[in-house]
Design a protein around this ligand. Structure first.
Ligand code: DX5
Ligand code: ZN
Length: 219
């Protein structure tokens, strides 16, 4: 089994102090930094774009795990790569041609992530699994932090684990949305090896990031 990694979402950070929040995550033992990019169109919320990511890039040596919830995504891939994203995750519904977008991310020498909404089936990506480095399983409908975890998506993770074994593939499985100290165990048991967490990491235990990251890993 792969080591469990925690990718805290800065959506729950103090936006007036993003630089120091990222340093706090690094000191607290985060494995990467999850950056939620929203466009007010693909999802009903707006967050941050390439200039902010670029400004934050030199605040930490951790990988930037950039989750693009924007449509059409293809023409913006370059900008996020240049801003300093290490993993670029896109939603199949947000691009006209998933294969081309995957190719583009690879050409830019970034890790390819593809995200499946709770209602999106694995079939959409089965032809591309060999090219994908990370599959992000949404356990809430994307758009906002602090939503309730949807346990029904765990079946998809179990199915992916089976496909992974049958085809001898090694993509990461990341889960995103409503992760807390109670459900992290079932997510890991299902096969997720990267947990995204905004609310739990930043707000639990009076914002004791180190404690929260350790607790998520140790369950
Ligand atoms: C939802 C985002 C998530 C979310 C995680 O659209 O992709 O990354 O902010 O936050 P919590 O852990 O609060 O659900
Ligand atoms: Zn996310």
């Amino acid at each position: 089994m792969k080591n469990i990694q925690i990718s805290p979402s800065i959506l729950s950070a103090d936006f007036s102090q993003l630089g120091s929040e990222i340093k706090r995550l690094e000191e607290g033992g985060a494995d990467m930094i999850h950056v939620d990019v929203m466009d007010g169109h693909f999802v009903p919320n707006l967050t941050i774009g390439p200039p902010v990511i670029k400004a934050l890039r030199n605040q930490s040596s951790l990988k930037f795990d950039v989750h693009l919830m924007i449509s059409p995504v293809h023409k913006y891939i370059d900008a996020y790569a240049n801003a300093g994203a290490d993993i670029i995750t896109i939603h199949p519904e947000a691009t006209e041609n998933l294969e081309n977008s995957i190719k583009k991310i690879k050409e830019l020498k970034k890790k390819v992530g593809v995200s499946l909404n709770p209602g999106t089936k694995i079939d959409v990506i089965t032809n591309f699994l060999e090219q994908i480095d990370l599959i992000l399983i949404m356990s809430v409908n994307p758009g906002f932090g602090g939503q309730k975890f949807m346990p029904e998506v765990l079946t998809k993770i179990k199915d992916l684990k089976k496909i992974q074994k049958d085809k001898n593939l090694s993509f990461d499985i990341e889960i995103d949305g409503g992760i807390n100290f109670d459900n992290c165990k079932i997510a890991i048991e299902a096969g997720a090896n990267i947990l995204v967490s905004g609310t739990t990491v930043f707000k639990s235990n009076n914002g004791d990031i180190k404690k929260n990251i350790n607790l998520l890993k140790s369950k």
